[in-house]
Design a protein around this ligand. Structure first.
Ligand SMILES: C[S@@+](CC[C@H](N)C(=O)[O-])C[C@H]1O[C@@H](n2cnc3c(N)ncnc32)[C@H](O)[C@@H]1O
Length: 243
């Protein structure tokens, strides 16, 4: 049986059929209150469509890398495959940086940065009101005082700020936001640009997309596969520093 545990909720693989009579025993064995399947993640707001197999409560607190994340799995997504990336970014942040987290969600990157590093400010922008609600709760839960949570579209809000580091932790259409991000970067600032790319187009396609978005000179600090997204397609992140 394939499964993931988020807080005290078990997520079973959507492609398997289960013996529903066993679910109570499975819940007891894994010490969870609820068991769900996630059938799909919808649209740009990344809203899950779930099926509850056992129990009823879909809100939980998940602990990862010494951070607490409160979330409702019927409203917002959680990607276990991004665990290392969430910590990697936090470890790159230098003291007193200003950061923009363009696709902040419930604080996937903002919270670990605030917990493990010492930035001056993190402007965390999120378009989905449900995720924004949990972003604010997670700021309180982790006793953080340097995150500025903002509800809205990062394309409109990012130009109001300047930053030393901009996190673009979103996939599929992230390249449409490159120009906006680079225009808000301070001298020597870094973007962490995510995309899903077919293996044979790594790194040419993302690099060309960055080049096309700006006249500023940049150097690539790192190119990394985060996880396999679908057959032949990888979720990757590029760290690029701009003059
Ligand atoms: C779910 S996160 C990606 C997962 C995350 N990188 C992780 O570590 O698990 C992406 C977030 O971007 C938000 N989003 C999408 N378009 C946006 C926009 N234009 N402005 C601000 N937030 C946006 C979505 O609502 C979603 O919460």
């Amino acid at each position: 049986m394939k499964w993931k545990k988020i807080g005290n909720i078990l997520i079973l693989d959507k492609n398997n059929n289960y013996n529903y009579n066993n679910l109570k025993q499975i819940a007891q064995k894994h010490h969870v209150k609820t068991i769900i399947k996630i059938n799909k993640i919808h649209g740009n707001k990344r809203q899950p469509q779930i099926q509850i197999l056992y129990g009823e409560d879909t809100q939980t607190i998940h602990k990862e890398n010494k951070c607490l994340f409160k979330l409702d799995l019927s409203q917002v997504m959680w990607s276990k495959g991004n665990t290392n990336e969430r910590l990697r970014i936090a470890q790159l942040v230098k003291d007193n940086e200003t950061i923009i987290d363009m696709f902040a969600g419930i604080g996937y990157f903002s919270i670990p940065i605030a917990v493990h590093a010492n930035p001056q400010k993190i402007h965390s922008i999120e378009i989905n009101p449900n995720s924004y609600k949990y972003l604010k709760e997670n700021i309180k839960l982790n006793k953080i005082n340097n995150i500025n949570p903002i509800l809205g579209d990062c394309k409109e809000i990012t130009p109001h700020y300047k930053a030393d580091r901009i996190i673009m932790g979103y996939i599929k259409t992230t390249h449409h936001y490159l120009k906006t991000a680079i225009n808000s970067l301070n001298k020597n600032g870094t973007i962490h640009y995510h995309e899903t790319a077919p293996e044979k187009l790594i790194p040419t396609r993302p690099l060309n997309r960055i080049k096309k978005s700006t006249n500023r000179k940049f150097k690539i600090l790192n190119i990394q596969k985060i996880k396999k997204y679908s057959p032949g397609i990888y979720h990757i992140v590029i760290d690029a520093q701009f003059d």
